[in-house]
Design a protein around this ligand. Structure first.
Ligand code: CMX
Length: 479
């Protein structure tokens, strides 16, 4: 509640009087909403986290003390040169990725998450803010708790004037992900953590300011994403956040979409794209930069820059461009033979097949399956969905025959764009921004946990090739 008040009073000081009135109205609405939804017996997320984290910190301390010197793995030279694949050296509480089964969020598979997380009235898809609660605490929130969290996030959604102006000043041909990262970085001006740190706050308090920044940031991301979308592709105007709507609904509405199934898609999309263990580029980068005690704004912006790479989050854009080129070339002939030829042409040109392969997974990504099921339920006859399905039948065989990729199965990015296309969100260069909003829901909980348990600055060891040669010589001479 105090967070809402402090955000509100700050915005009153920094805006002109018309906006002040609007802000005051919005904040009061949100305040009443949050009050309305959280009864006297229901804890807020911050209260619950504060209650459970001392025991967790104690558990980790004891675990380290008792087993700190136990060997948990070996490192091969090829791993040092191979992107550190498979090396155990990170702690990530929210999720673990199994090569065969896929992601489990706090022990739960995607179908379990879809069943167990609270939903909006009339919806069958999970609320992404409920997943945020689960990732942070390991517990499923009650309906009232998640409603209070939705209202809290909506109350934090206003973006500072300098960020609006900054976005308005950017060239329309600057990639939306670059714009997204710039805007998140510019929010640093509002960092409660950075201000508290500069004032010499105790380490024990770090998590509390990191929590406030993280919720402020989550609240603002749908507005920033929508502002970028509407600036680059539409008229630049966005509506205001609805204090009564959940996170996914607000994102959809801010983008300009009222369709109830699209709103459900946003809830599903944000949930399944959120967290994918700590070692992927965006999660690892956010965590790494955060380990230097950079604020959540700077840490997430760094992660977003990683997500923007074509081998990571931008693969969703690449898939669409690749599909459109296929459609153009085959001129309506979607036979397996034609698609197989197109796949070979891609591979023979020395390119990767976007949306296929994974650094950890060795089966079809369950995030792909969840999206396929959504399409089967809502638009089984859509031309692009059918094309994606035929590619799914053909590509694993081609990639296996090609013999390079360790995983010939589709990943999350292989399917997401087609769902957005169906509802009219056709601008593929924007897709990674949506992934970025979702990724924030997955990586910010760990940043808060890191600060609460006093995680150290990250600093693995590196060697030059010369030094590795010396090391190998020494080791091999001993054997
Ligand atoms: N098409 C063609 N070749 C592929 C391939 C694909 N889809 N996936 C992997 N390969 C190749 C690799 O480029 C590598 O070739 P070289 O030996 O010439 O370098 C070889 O197969 C072995 O790679 P790997 O161990 O199977 O895969 P990595 O762990 O190195 O890389 C990934 C994983 C995802 C980057 C890779 O599979 C890829 O480039 N896929 C296409 C891009 C994509 O869909 N990325 C999105 C991933 C999900 C996400 O992060 O959002």
């Amino acid at each position: 509640m105090s967070a809402i008040l402090s955000t509100t009073s700050k915005s009153f000081l920094s805006r002109n009087s018309t906006r002040q009135c609007q802000n005051m109205q919005k904040a009061l609405f949100a305040l009443l909403n949050a009050r309305h939804y959280s009864s006297a017996t229901e804890q807020t997320l911050k209260e619950r986290f504060a209650e459970i984290i001392p025991a967790k910190a104690e558990e980790i301390k004891k675990f380290k003390k008792e087993h700190g010197k136990t060997v948990i793995g070996e490192v091969l030279l090829e791993q040092a040169y191979g992107g550190m694949r498979g090396i155990k050296g990170l702690v990530w509480e929210g999720s673990v990725l199994d090569p065969e089964e896929g992601i489990r969020f706090r022990g739960r598979t995607i179908p379990e998450i879809q069943r167990e997380l609270p939903k909006a009235e009339g919806s069958t898809e999970p609320l992404p803010e409920a997943l945020f609660w689960l990732l942070l605490t390991g517990e499923i929130p009650t309906d009232a708790q998640v409603k209070a969290l939705s209202a809290d996030l909506a109350a934090r959604s206003e973006i500072p004037e300098h960020v609006v102006q900054l976005l308005d000043s950017l060239p329309k041909d600057l990639h939306p992900m670059a714009q997204f990262s710039i805007a998140v970085t510019a929010l640093e001006s509002d960092s409660k953590f950075a201000k508290a740190y500069a004032q010499g706050v105790s380490k024990k308090e770090y998590w509390s300011y990191t929590f406030e920044d993280s919720l402020d940031l989550l609240g603002k991301l749908p507005v920033i994403a929508s502002k970028i979308y509407r600036n680059v592709f539409k008229d630049g105007k966005i509506t205001s956040t609805d204090p009564n709507a959940d996170y996914g609904k607000n994102l959809a509405q801010l983008l300009g979409y009222e369709n109830k199934d699209f709103i459900d898609l946003m809830r599903l999309y944000l949930t399944i794209h959120s967290d994918h263990e700590g070692g992927n580029v965006s999660a690892h980068t956010t965590h790494l930069v955060g380990s230097a005690l950079s604020s959540p704004y700077l840490s997430l912006a760094a992660g977003l820059n990683g997500l923007a790479g074509p081998l990571h989050g931008r693969a969703n854009q690449e898939v669409l461009e690749w599909l459109f080129k296929l459609r153009e070339e085959v001129k309506g002939d979607y036979s397996k033979e034609t698609i197989e030829k197109y796949l070979w042409d891609t591979l023979n040109a020395g390119r990767v097949v976007p949306g296929y392969g994974h650094a950890v997974l060795r089966k079809t990504d369950p995030r792909y399956t969840a999206q396929r099921e959504f399409a089967l339920k809502h638009f089984p006859d859509y031309e692009l969905f059918k094309l994606v399905s035929t590619i799914y039948e053909v590509a694993p065989g081609v990639l296996t025959k090609h013999g390079k990729t360790k995983n010939p199965w589709p990943n999350v990015d292989s399917h997401s764009g087609v769902l957005l296309q169906y509802y009219g969100l056709t601008e593929a260069s924007f897709y990674t921004v949506l992934f970025g909003v979702a990724r924030a829901i997955g990586v910010l909980p760990q940043l808060i946990i890191d600060r609460a348990v006093g995680a150290p600055i990250e600093r693995p060891k590196s060697f030059s090739t010369e030094k590795y040669k010396e090391l190998i010589k020494k080791i091999e001479s001993k054997n």
